[in-house]
Design a protein around this ligand. Structure first.
Ligand code: ZN
Length: 320
């Protein structure tokens, strides 16, 4: 029910009813509607600007998930790349060197051509997606090349059972936790002369009396005390390979003796030019002293091989 309004008429000194004409009602209704519309508009604007609709929320969540997944994939792909690089390295440095096969060449081909990734253009994360896809394509090529190389090597290995049993393939002392490698092959500071001198083997430190083992099947070609090597043993493995074990406290093997891989040939000592008990170990191929690090493949996993390589490549002083 509408309220009845009065106004005070000073001429009549009385209250009189306010007359209501149709226009004032129309104006009032119109005013009210416009005010509501403006207020409603502002509210909707505020709501859309600051509060997400459930659909938007879901999309944002999805977007975040994609970002996390891309980051994860990226990491995985980088890990894979590293693993393949290690395999490649090991393949080129060890297996191919041992079997005297020519290194394989990996051609990268057209993995990086721009056309291939056109469908990925026009998104927020286009660059990231293209980079990711390029990496995957490159890895695919490398994996297939590597697998061809291993196929070839496995054929070579089948015909070389005797060869594989003979050549040096383990460490000369037990070194399960890899802490025994003290100095690697390469230029090192000589412990006595203090000069930069080529160190032609690997030094394994171990307590006096630790057993030393032949690293491959063969015949003891030398077992004597002499030179800077002190008490030392040389085993001839055939196929042009020999191994040398120096600074023994006591020699167990005798010249002409046939030995198997892992057989005891002497004990760790510090005879000859040596600063502390250790075994100086060399691998000789033909007339060259080569890096023994590539001849531990029988008793090391991929990770151990990597770790021992890192340790042996450190600069510093040898025990000689
Ligand atoms: Zn040494």
């Amino acid at each position: 029910m509408a309220k009845i309004k009065y106004f005070y008429n000073p001429n009549k000194l009385d209250f009189e009813k306010v007359g209501t004409n149709i226009w004032s009602i129309v104006l009032r209704v119109f005013g009210f509607l416009s005010a509501s519309a403006v207020a409603g508009g502002i509210m909707v604007f505020v709501a859309y600007s600051f509060i997400d609709s459930p659909k938007e929320k879901a999309l944002k969540r999805e977007n975040e998930q994609y970002k996390v997944q891309i980051r994860y994939l990226n990491k995985k792909i980088n890990d894979l790349g590293r693993a393949i690089a290690e395999l490649k390295d090991r393949d080129a440095n060890i297996y191919r060197a041992i079997f005297e096969a020519e290194p394989i060449e990996i051609k990268l081909g057209k993995a990086g051509s721009a056309d291939k990734y056109r469908s990925l253009e026009g998104f927020d994360n286009t660059e990231e997606l293209i980079a990711l896809n390029k990496k995957v394509d490159e890895l695919t090529i490398q994996v297939s090349a590597q697998s061809k190389s291993f196929d070839e090597l496995s054929k070579l290995a089948k015909n070389k059972t005797e060869f594989l049993a003979s050549i040096p393939a383990i460490q000369p002392i037990s070194n399960k936790d890899l802490t025994r490698v003290a100095s690697g092959y390469g230029y090192r500071i000589h412990p006595i002369f203090k000069t930069h001198k080529f160190h032609s083997g690997i030094d394994f430190t171990a307590p006096q009396g630790t057993p030393i083992y032949a690293t491959g099947n063969g015949t003891v070609s030398l077992a004597e005390n002499g030179n800077g090597y002190g008490n030392h043993v040389i085993v001839y493995h055939g196929f042009g390979y020999s191994s040398l074990y120096a600074h023994m406290s006591r020699i167990k093997a005798r010249p002409g003796q046939k030995v198997k891989r892992g057989e005891l040939i002497g004990y760790v000592g510090s005879t000859g030019t040596s600063t502390a008990p250790h075994v100086h170990y060399e691998v000789i191929k033909g007339s060259n002293k080569i890096n023994p690090i590539n001849y531990f493949f029988n008793d090391l996993t991929e990770e151990e091989y990597q770790a021992i390589r890192d340790i042996a490549s450190r600069e510093g002083q040898s025990f000689d």
